[in-house]
Design a protein around this ligand. Sequence first.
Ligand SMILES: Nc1ncnc2c1ncn2[C@@H]1O[C@H](COP(=O)(O)OP(=O)(O)O)[C@@H](O)[C@H]1O
Ligand SMILES: [Mg+2]
Length: 323
Amino acid sequence: MTLYWRIFLLNAAVFLAAVLLLLGPVTVSTPVLLGEALVLLAGLVVMLIANALLLRIGLAPLARLNRAMATADLLRPGSRTTVTGPHEIAELTQTFNAMLARLETERATSSGRALSAQEAERHRLAQELHDEIGQTLTAVLLQLKHAADNAPRSVRADLHQAQETTRSGLDEIRRIARRLRPGVLEELGLHSALRALTTEFTTSSLSATAHLTPGLPPLDPATELVLYRIAQEGLTNTARHARATRVEVHLRPLPDAQVALLVRDNGRGIGTAPEGAGISGMRERALLIGADLAIGRGPHGGTDIRLHVTGSTTAPRPQENAR
Ligand SMILES: Nc1ncnc2c1ncn2[C@@H]1O[C@H](COP(=O)(O)OP(=O)(O)O)[C@@H](O)[C@H]1O
Ligand SMILES: [Mg+2]
């Protein structure tokens, strides 16, 4: 039934009830007596309430659709409104669902493209840092050594000091380059890369440990990169926001050739903090490989980041090697 007829029939039912009542024992004198006026007023109130209730029931599918539209979130895809109610509303719901599906696909494709571009740019930066500045600093280091060997005793200590500073600068550049492009991921595989990454976050006040179960199913490079980047953002957030003393990275195979990543800290918990670029980046990467991402409180407080890779890639793989 169309919305038009539905509302018309609801109203007609109320009017009919009123007319039937008038045909009954009700009489209205002129001028109206107080008792009669009270009865009419009560009747009017009952009619308005009945009409409001019936309209609410009749328009419920519209309210449901409205809620679904207000809460639709492209970073949490897959939720669809059930198609019910009068013809127009059912059609509207169907159109909305189709639009949502289209937007989700487009979002996945465009964020896939953006992430590929980002990875390619990081790769280029890492290469340039390593090849250009890294080589220059290495040459400076050699020159300083040569100078120190031939210098008078009075300046030798200063030259050694300069050598040390240059060496730590070189280390710093190598570290930044590694963070920009997880080269170990390609060279040594996911386990070693995650282990190296975790070790980097250990400080005097934070103990970071990796617990990696062997026997992972074969993963494509895009999935490995997503696992790595999500662990990296999780660890960065722990170091930056959590005030934690411990953080653990767990990676284990699940039944059905699936993989689960867990980053768990014992910090102050994420609470209701608004999501920033880091967390929405995690969501986009998870979407890219069709994985489920859950961020919330851990069983003993702190923050848990769980990623379940289900194995169906939905978007183009990031071109880590693209130049
Ligand atoms: N492990 C954590 N412990 C406590 N708070 C966290 C943690 N991770 C994230 N948060 C909170 O969530 C917010 C959003 O994180 P994120 O999206 O990564 O943005 P950013 O790190 O740039 O602030 C942070 O500002 C912080 O308040
Ligand atoms: Mg962050």
